[in-house]
Design a protein around this ligand. Structure first.
Ligand code: HEC
Length: 142
């Protein structure tokens, strides 16, 4: 009889401990939200005097990319800023821009969802966009 009580008591104790463990470890598995406060705004980005190629890139960027990546590539609620340490050439080389524009990007760094391929964009359109982004990145110490 006594033995049975001890076994029963242990089972209850284990169940309680398991409950405590579960509630403390499973409360926030979703990770931290995108830190919007730390992201640039179109006003906080320094836009240098752009080269002629970058000016061409800016026009294409504004027509094809800014709807998601924002004015001055500062980001919107549809897409991340490209004036960001993630996208410096050491981490996202120029070909990453070509692939992104032509084939799209599966969501991986952020929570904006995936980037669809940009319809009708050509390599010749993308190169000046890269020049535009790199010139702004450099002016912002990236
Ligand atoms: C419909 C919205 C949308 C449009 C339009 C768009 N993008 Fe994106 N882009 C995104 C999102 C969202 C991501 C982030 C995906 C992630 O990493 O979570 C992204 C990521 C990127 C990346 C990072 C690629 C990588 O390898 O991580 C580059 C570069 C990029 N976009 C360039 C462009 C360029 C250039 C254009 C215009 C030609 C453009 N995007 C148009 C939504 C968009």
């Amino acid at each position: 009889m006594n033995k049975l009580k001890i076994v029963g008591g242990s089972v209850i104790l284990l169940a309680v401990l398991a409950g405590v463990w579960w509630s403390t470890t499973s409360s926030d598995r979703s990770g931290s939200a995108v830190g919007r406060a730390a992201l640039p705004t179109s006003q906080s980005i320094v836009v240098p005097e752009l080269s002629p190629v970058a000016l061409t890139g800016e026009a294409t960027f504004n027509a094809s990319c800014a709807i998601c990546h924002g004015t001055n590539a500062a980001g919107t609620d549809q897409g991340p800023p490209l004036i960001h340490k993630f996208y410096i050439s050491r981490r996202h080389a120029d070909f990453a821009f070509v692939i992104a524009a032509k084939s799209g990007v599966r969501a991986h760094h952020w929570r904006f969802g995936s980037m669809p391929p940009v319809e009708g964009i050509e390599d010749a359109d993308i190169q000046p966009i890269i020049t535009y982004i790199r010139e702004i990145q450099a002016a912002n110490g990236l």
